[in-house]
Design a binder for this molecule. Sequence first.
Ligand code: HEM
Ligand SMILES: *[C@@H]1O[C@H](CO)[C@@H](O)[C@H](O)[C@H]1NC(C)=O
Ligand SMILES: *[C@@H]1O[C@H](CO)[C@@H](O)[C@H](O)[C@H]1NC(C)=O
Length: 317
Amino acid sequence: MASYRSAFLAVATVSLVACSVRAQLSPTFYGWTCPTLQSIVRSAMTQAVGQDPTMGASMLRLFFHDCFVNGCDASVLLDDTPAMAGEKNAPPNRNSLRGYEVIDSIKAQVEASCRAVVSCADILALAARDGVNLLGGPSWVVALGRRDARTASISAAVANLPPASASAYTLMSTFASKGLDMRDLTALSGAHTVGSARCSNFRPHVYNDSNIDPGFAWLRRQTCLAVGGDAAMAPLDSTSPTRFDNSYFQNLMSRRGLLHSDQELFNNGPADWLVQLYSSNATAFATDFAASMVKMGNISPLTGYLGEIRLNCRRTN
Ligand code: HEM
Ligand SMILES: *[C@@H]1O[C@H](CO)[C@@H](O)[C@H](O)[C@H]1NC(C)=O
Ligand SMILES: *[C@@H]1O[C@H](CO)[C@@H](O)[C@H](O)[C@H]1NC(C)=O
């Protein structure tokens, strides 16, 4: 009887441990339930980026804005409802985040093959990875098993997404609060080697900052007036805006970062040596970026019985 009881205790303990282990993501999570998932996402992204190369950058940013706000749980994809002001209309996202219809289309294709088993959060993680890779960037193994949130919060988006005006110190503490260190911050900021920004976000830097190449500041002011024209766009990396390479870091070293927050990473501060490293070694950047994307993708996912598998990424079931 005593040995039966201790055997029972041992089993109970093992299953408790198994419970907490289950909270981890796994690359083979859909191995049986949706073996075609990764090829569906890859071909849909190949088509989307082929039609519009800027979509690679937009998918990457969508994933970042998902993960930093209550974890990688597809909360960013929820439309507002009368009862809920979601993240899409938060100032960092409104009139800026895009690509929702690409996710809708991938989700519809995934649902047609594997009904109600694959989360929107996992689709977004895969789409971001493929977007980077299709623009010439690295690839990495995406661990899966995230589930979808039932709520979203406009105030959480405001509180957790760093603005372009952020100092190096603010950037480091925002990333640290997500378990990401200075190396992650610097590598992940290399995402700004693709995509573009609106005048309202880079105006203060090109008009008022002193740590900027004067010729570059002049050039950007031509299409971003001191007053008005807030929506005018400029590439975050003027050298190769649809190429995922390390020229973002080379630009920072010649004081051609577009955002104040970009140039903060190379401004006689603690990240200078990393900018220098990535600018001279594309492999070091690619390797570190991939590793940091995996870390970012692990920010408090919903797993097990938490959340749900949404049928439509824009609304809860
Ligand atoms: C370090 C703090 C960061 C700040 C302050 C920041 C800020 C911004 C801002 C202001 C824009 C332009 C938005 C607009 O004008 O409409 C932007 C664009 C972008 N950001 Fe960041 N960002 C940061 C980190 C990241 C990270 C970690 C990633 C991804 C790993 C990322 C990916 C992107 C991409 C790809 C774009 C271009 C999007 C497009 O063209 O559609 N950013 N970011
Ligand atoms: C530049 O700084 C001045 C003084 O702080 C401020 O009044 C002005 O609005 C700033 N201009 C831009 C474009 O940020
Ligand atoms: C560049 O970085 C990679 C990866 O960290 C490293 O293996 C390689 O030795 C570096 N190359 C140079 C020329 O320093």
